[in-house]
Design a protein around this ligand. Structure first.
Ligand code: NDP
Length: 298
């Protein structure tokens, strides 16, 4: 059976180290990293994410502000808030929770965030910095995946990594990070020919697709490291519970089958998911340190 990569435990240790660094920065430099999270509308999943982000930011000793705006908020009002946060010296990181209501152009809003405060790493300037290997702010989920892989495998040099999914927030930055770590990288997507055969060539297989349990056990090379980014809500196993509307979370990988073949695997929940907010805190810390010319290493 595969080694289970415990993202929850790793994220907990990372948050502790971040908290210690924040305490040191505050005591020695009077610098309290600040994160502003902006939520527009009442999407239930987004509300849970935003609440968790606020709580964990606070728990790490950071300054935490949450702006909750009506679903009817205009793009002009949202842009005005982003501009005011860009110039607020107490705020080092700005996160606008996606998805935004349909009447707002998400790209215009993301482009308005100061790239030095773009702790989601979605601004084109940060995507460009990642692509050319310059320091910037890197999207939280793929950076969290890379940390888990390095922690488990050590050097990733020369490994063949297959990333299934090419979104700007997960697949593409994941591929860039693996390339920087000296992997040979293949990016797969919905038009890839013979995806199972391609996946079977992967020493590192990252699934970021959004399709419940799509990656089967016989897609996995024996001994491979499997990182499951997917978060999919499906009906509960028990038919009566499912009929009552109960659900459970599954990843993009058929976990039991894959775990029987892989060398290591992240579970869902408890794998990649907890890393995302921990890396958001890390990015906020990094942005705060850089804004003051201080070393951001933990
Ligand atoms: P997107 O929908 O933006 O992208 C999905 C990608 O998967 C696309 O590139 C798409 O290809 C590809 N794809 C879809 N169907 C197939 C298929 N049948 N075969 C091969 N490739 C396919 O999703 P995200 O990248 O935003 O998210 C992916 C998953 O990760 C979701 O489950 C999401 O919930 C989860 N997620 C988890 C996070 C966490 O914190 N753990 C954070 C962010 C996302 P194409 O481009 O050709 O359409």
């Amino acid at each position: 059976m595969a080694h289970i990569i415990d993202g929850k435990a790793f994220a907990g240790r990372l948050r502790e180290r971040i908290g210690a660094k924040v305490a040191d920065l505050t005591a020695r430099h009077g610098l309290k990293p600040g994160l502003a999270v902006v939520l527009v509308g009442e999407d239930p999943a987004s509300q849970v994410y935003v609440r968790n982000k606020g709580e964990q930011t606070h728990a790490a000793g950071m300054h935490s502000v949450t702006h909750r705006l009506e679903a009817s908020t205009t793009q002009a009002d949202l842009l005005a808030l982003v501009h005011s946060l860009n110039t607020d010296p107490a705020i080092h990181g700005i996160l606008v929770q996606l998805p935004l209501p349909a009447h707002i152009d998400s790209n215009a809003v993301l482009a308005a965030i100061d790239p030095n405060k773009d702790v989601d790493g979605f601004h084109v300037v940060n995507a460009g910095r990642l692509a050319v290997g310059l320091p910037g702010l890197v999207p939280c989920t793929p950076l969290g995946c890379l940390m888990l892989l390095k922690d488990h495998l050590g050097s990733l040099k020369g490994k063949h990594a297959v990333v299934v999914g090419r979104s700007n927030i997960v697949g593409k930055p994941m591929a860039q990070l693996l390339l920087q770590a000296d992997c040979t990288v293949t990016i797969a997507h919905s038009r890839t020919a013979d995806l199972p055969a391609l996946c079977r060539t992967a020493d590192i297989l990252v699934a970021a697709v959004g399709r419940p349990e799509m990656v089967k056990g016989d897609w996995v090379k024996p001994g491979a490291a499997v990182i499951d980014v997917g978060i999919n809500r499906v009906p509960a196993r028990d038919p009566a519970a499912a009929a009552a509307g109960k659900t459970r979370l599954v990843g993009d990988v058929a976990y039991d089958e894959a775990a029987a073949v892989a060398g290591a695997i992240t579970p869902v929940p408890g794998g990649v998911g907890p890393m995302t907010i921990a890396v958001l805190l890390l990015n906020t810390l990094t942005a705060a340190c850089r804004s003051h010319g201080l070393e951001a290493e933990l």
